[in-house]
Design a protein around this ligand. Sequence first.
Ligand code: COS
Length: 383
Amino acid sequence: MALDSETMQGLLESVARFVRERLRPLEHQVAQDDRIPPEIRREIAEMGLFGLSIPEEYGGLGMTMEEEVRVAFELGKTSPAFRSLIGTNNGIGSQGLIMDGTQEQKQRYLPRLASGELISSFALTEPEAGSDAASLKTSARPVEGGYVLNGTKRFITNAPHAGLFTVFARTDPSQPGAKGVSAFLVEAGTPGLSLGPIDRKMGQSGSHTCDVIFEDCHIPSDALLGGREGQGFRTAMKVLDRGRLHISAVCVAMAERVIDDSLRYAVERKQFGQPIAEFQLVQAMLADSRTEAYAARCMVLETARAKDRAEDVATDAACCKLFASEMVGRVVDRAVQIHGGAGYIADHGIERFYRDARLFRIYEGTSQIQQIVIARNMVKALS
Ligand code: COS
């Protein structure tokens, strides 16, 4: 454990309190305004939440994976936009740098990522390269003193707020697949880097994505992550293994939140002269949801511990992402059902979670990609 158990317990309690007292009352407003109030961002930064998984030597809390998922179990019990604000700095936006960056690159960026002064984004997906990430076309042409980037990245979370992008681009056009891909650290404001308009989405209002466009964008040689070409795809996959575990924890948290809401509603709401929680058909929905959320929680904790033991968790992280994201989809669907007409009404909040949850089955690898990863690794393990 990175933190002593008392400190960890204290942090979990303060995150839970913060979610309960500060964030939950703002859920509706954030959805309405599509914006997280700046004072909330400041409070989140003060709590150290931007740097959960960033090593202590760079100003982060240096949490283990288990500790990080435990924080996500709490922080995820509200609108996912709040978690998304810190999601990239702790996850896909910083992990490439932590795992494969040079000492100098870490020194330059990690302290500001840990404090939340700088927001980071992970720029892998392209208009023509989503699930087939290795087919990406963005090019990084070597020139005197650096590289020139050309291409478009799509649906990039936190890009409108980012000061730093981890960009995956092809340095070797003769290698069409994974081997020709390298990763770069590109600062916002670099000439030739521009952003598209903010995407309008089905859910997760308050969390923003947009295109990131490179047009003859010159970057220096030391922007190459780890100083090595051809390693980018492997970096991306390692980052996603970790990211998938974190997202799974967020799915568990959202499931637990809507189960709690559903239970309270079922106990209060009376039909046919009694609380609907007394009806076995409603009980079945509550029980199935509770069981599935518990199973996902156990999977996530077990895999996080295995990751902390430095075991290869690529397969199990994909199992977690597949199960937890599909699970929360079913749970939130039942939550709407338990709430009946009120569940369909916009002001109630449950329909918002229903829309928010839909993304979990898509980003950081669709359910179908998780199935491919799991089955491929099973076959590979035999040989
Ligand atoms: N950890 C480390 N290295 C990994 C890895 C992992 N988890 N997974 C793959 N690699 C390595 C492989 O070992 C291989 O290297 P070698 O050629 O040196 O052996 C290289 O990466 C290519 O792997 P693979 O051949 O499996 O690549 P594919 O093109 O077949 O694609 C999938 C693999 C489909 C799994 C990958 O493209 C993927 O995850 N796609 C989804 C992307 C995604 O999640 N996008 C969401 C947007 S980002 S928020």
